[in-house]
Design a protein around this ligand. Structure first.
Ligand code: SIN
Length: 191
């Protein structure tokens, strides 16, 4: 399954004339920065929550056994903590390719730890994309993540790396850390 959002994202030219653009990462972009950046700073965005509701058929799963990766869902009063990267607009060709399975570039305001706010880009996979899997219990999500595997590696690695990176940032995410707990339980039981 591939919705391939590369062409749609290429039309998002809002920041093309800028020398540099802030990119907000909340998932793999926190722990796997495989692109050059000018600067990186912890940041947050308001009104969004991280959820393992997006299917991964190209990175952490396959067509027949998709993995689950993160997207953001709107939630009043919520704050999503992550990492912001200052990049040149040219980096978006690589980023669009990496995030091609359903993610769209969206302009967003992000807040830095010193309280400063700037506009930039975040990749979001909305409920109407073909790879969207939607809600499930955190236990069922952990069960799916425990077995899925794709070209970028095991789905469990995505979850565990993210959970570790959030701890390093000093941020607790109920959803992510609950799924991590279930995964550890399944791993212990399988020993
Ligand atoms: C992100 O990390 O900001 C987008 C979702 C992902 O690539 O995991």
């Amino acid at each position: 399954m591939s919705l391939n959002t590369i062409e749609i994202n290429r039309l998002m030219n809002r920041f093309d004339s800028h020398d540099s653009v802030w990119l907000f990462g909340y998932g793999s972009l926190i722990f796997k920065a495989d692109f050059p950046f000018i600067e990186r700073r912890p940041a947050s965005i308001a009104g969004w929550s991280r959820r393992f509701w997006q299917g991964s058929h190209d990175h952490r799963g396959t067509e027949s056994a998709p993995g689950r990766v993160l997207t953001l869902v709107p939630e009043e009063g919520a704050t999503c903590h992550g990492m912001a990267y200052l990049v040149t607009p040219e980096e978006f060709a690589h980023l669009d390719h990496r995030e091609k399975n359903g993610y769209l570039r969206l302009a967003t305001e992000m807040t830095f730890e010193d309280g400063g706010r700037l506009e930039g880009i975040v990749y979001i996979a909305t409920a109407d994309n073909a790879a969207y899997l939607g809600p499930a219990s955190e236990r069922d999500i952990a069960r799916q993540i425990a077995t899925a595997h794709g070209p970028s590696g095991p789905n469990s690695e995505y979850l565990l790396e993210l959970a570790r990176a959030l701890r390093e940032l000093g941020k607790h995410d109920e959803h992510v850390h609950a799924i991590e707990g279930h995964l550890e339980e399944f791993t212990r039981a399988a020993r």
